[in-house]
Design a protein. Structure first.
Length: 205
């Protein structure tokens, strides 16, 4: 069983807006050395065990493709500290940063900036934030050894337990957007309905 609230509360979420660009920021601590976490985040064979099947040329200037999902170009790479890629389009920029934490832990920071957000203002965060929450959850289960061997992460994403997690994630992101003051309540409410329908179908906001 997943302790849903524990994993929801383990993540710091922030939404900001500069002009038309909306940025989602997340941070979570993992009980793993930076080199170990980096390997889990960048080795295609390991990524398919917790995240998604991926192919590509994983070096600066190379491209990657998640199976039946987004792809992009590798813009910057500094093992085992950070990498930056386009994600789904040239105006969608994703950066991951790994910072040594206390003991053998690592702080993982994710920043996803959208130059063409899918909804007005910061409400566009509701299109991507819950999805990255799912990735942070799966990575936590993987590095802690709590993800059973042979798990198909694509199928796991549709499991009832993960859908319940997604519901709480959407609610957490609604509050993050509201706290940011980057959109109207009307636009936020509309985006929340769409996000909930996508990540936790049959659930009311």
């Amino acid at each position: 069983m997943i302790d849903i609230l524990e994993h929801i509360n383990a993540v710091q979420r922030e939404v900001s807006r500069t002009g038309e660009t909306v940025t989602v920021r997340m941070r979570r601590s993992y009980q793993a050395e930076p080199e170990e976490l980096w390997d889990a985040l960048t080795d295609p064979e390991r990524m398919r065990r917790w995240f998604w099947p991926v192919t590509g040329d994983f070096k600066v200037g190379g491209t990657f493709q998640l199976q039946d999902n987004a792809g992009g170009e590798v813009l910057e790479c500094e093992p085992p500290k950070r990498f930056k890629v386009t994600f789904g389009g040239p105006t969608s920029l994703l950066e991951l940063r790994l910072l040594p934490g206390a003991g053998a832990s690592t702080e993982l920071e994710l920043e996803h900036s959208m130059g063409e957000p899918p909804a007005p203002g910061g409400s566009g965060a509701l299109w991507v934030g819950p999805g990255w929450d799912g990735g942070f959850l799966a990575l936590a289960l993987y590095v802690s050894g709590d993800l059973p061997e042979g798990t198909n992460p694509v199928e796991m994403a549709d499991s009832p337990e993960v859908v319940r997690f997604n519901e709480q994630s959407v609610r957490a992101w609604i509050e993050a957007v509201r706290s940011s003051g980057t959109t109207s309540e009307e636009d936020l409410a509309e985006a929340a309905k769409i996000s909930m329908a996508q990540f936790a179908p049959c659930t009311e906001v």
